[in-house]
Design a protein around this ligand. Structure first.
Ligand SMILES: Nc1ncnc2c1ncn2[C@@H]1O[C@H](COP(=O)(O)OP(=O)(O)OP(=O)(O)O)[C@@H](O)[C@H]1O
Ligand SMILES: [Mg+2]
Length: 251
C-alpha cells in the first residue's frame, strides 16, 4: 500500500497549511503571545519533525493545527477544509475523529480497558460494527507487534508496549494526519526506535502527514523535514533525505 499514488485533497500534496497563526494566553492582566505569526505546512507521506526548547510553543502549535485550541489570528487549511477554525465545534470534532490520529507522551490509555478494547472503542465511534472493529483493532495491534498482548490492561504493559497500543489506536483508522507530541520521551532508546519506525512507516506506507514534536535528536535521522521553533516563531526549516542507517550504525 502506498498512498503517494492516491488522490489527495484539494490542497494537493499538502495535508495542512497554516498561515500567520497567533495564539495568546492571559497571564494576570497581561496577554502573552505564544505563537507569533507562524506559517506551517506538512505534506502527505512526510515525517515532519518540530523541535525547539521547552515553552517555545510546540504543543500549542499542534493544538492550533488540530482544532483543539483556537488561535486568535490566522487560518488552518486541512485536507478538503478551507479554514478549519471557521467550522462549528461539532464539525471540527468530526474532522478530528475522521482524519486525525494523536500520540502523546503520557499514552492516554483507559486503565480499565484491554489493549484490544482501547483500539476497538475508537473504531466503533467511526461507525464500524463490533466485528469489523475487532478485526481492524487486532490487525493494528499485530502491526505494532502486540498480537500477543491483546487482552492485557495498561497496568500489565511496559511503557514501550503502552505507547505501541496508543500508536495502534491512532493508526487503526488510517488517519491522513498523525500528530505526535513527544512520543518517545518516556521510553528507553530501544522502545523509542520502535516507535519512530512505526511513525516513519505511517508516513511512507500509509501516506499520512506525520507531525512529530520531539526533543530527541536521534529521531532527526528519520525525518523528511526538521522545523525548529523558538519563542513562538519558526527559525529554521530544512528538508532532508531520511537516513536512519546513520543512527542504527552508531548504536
Ligand atoms: N493554557 C495555558 N495558559 C497559559 N499559558 C499557557 C497555556 N498553555 C501553554 N502556555 C504557555 O505557552 C508557552 C508555550 O507552551 P507549550 O506547551 O506550547 O510549549 P512546548 O514548546 O510544547 O514546551 P515543552 O517542550 O515543555 O512541552 C509556555 O510558556 C506556556 O507556559
Ligand atoms: Mg509540549
Amino acid at each position: 500500500m502506498n498512498s503517494h499514488t492516491t488522490v489527495h485533497g484539494k490542497h494537493g500534496d499538502y495535508a495542512i497549511e497554516a498561515k500567520q497563526l497567533v495564539k495568546r494566553f492571559k497571564s494576570g492582566k497581561a496577554w502573552v503571545e505564544v505563537l507569533k505569526g507562524v506559517d506551517f505546512d506538512a505534506r502527505h507521506g512526510d515525517l515532519t519533525m518540530v523541535m525547539g526548547p521547552s515553552g517555545s510553543g510546540k504543543s500549542t502549535l499542534i493544538a492550533a493545527l488540530s482544532g483543539l485550541l483556537r488561535p486568535e489570528e490566522g487560518r488552518v487549511d486541512a485536507l478538503d477544509v478551507d479554514d478549519l477554525w471557521k467550522l462549528s465545534t461539532g464539525r471540527i470534532d468530526k474532522f478530528r475523529l475522521d482524519h486525525c490520529g494523536f500520540i502523546f507522551q503520557g499514552f492516554n490509555l483507559f486503565p480499565a480497558l484491554t489493549a484490544l478494547q482501547q483500539v476497538q472503542t475508537v473504531l466503533k465511534y467511526q461507525g464500524l460494527t463490533p466485528e469489523q472493529a475487532k478485526r481492524r483493532a487486532t490487525q493494528a495491534l499485530e502491526e505494532v507487534g502486540l498480537g500477543h498482548r491483546l487482552n492485557q490492561r495498561p497496568a500489565e504493559l511496559s511503557g514501550g508496549e503502552k505507547q505501541r497500543v496508543a500508536i495502534a489506536r491512532a493508526l487503526a483508522k488510517d488517519p491522513k494526519i498523525l500528530f505526535a507530541d513527544e512520543p518517545t520521551s518516556a521510553l528507553d532508546g530501544e522502545n523509542g526506535q520502535v516507535v519512530i519506525k512505526l511513525l516513519r512507516r505511517a508516513a511512507t506506507e500509509h501516506g499520512a502527514a506525520v507531525i512529530c514534536v520531539t526533543h530527541d535528536p536521534r529521531l532527526e535521522a528519520w525525518a523528511d523535514r526538521v522545523i525548529h521553533i523558538e519563542d513562538g516563531k519558526i527559525i529554521d526549516d530544512q528538508r532532508r533525505v531520511p537516513n536512519p542507517e546513520a543512527t542504527l550504525a552508531s548504536h
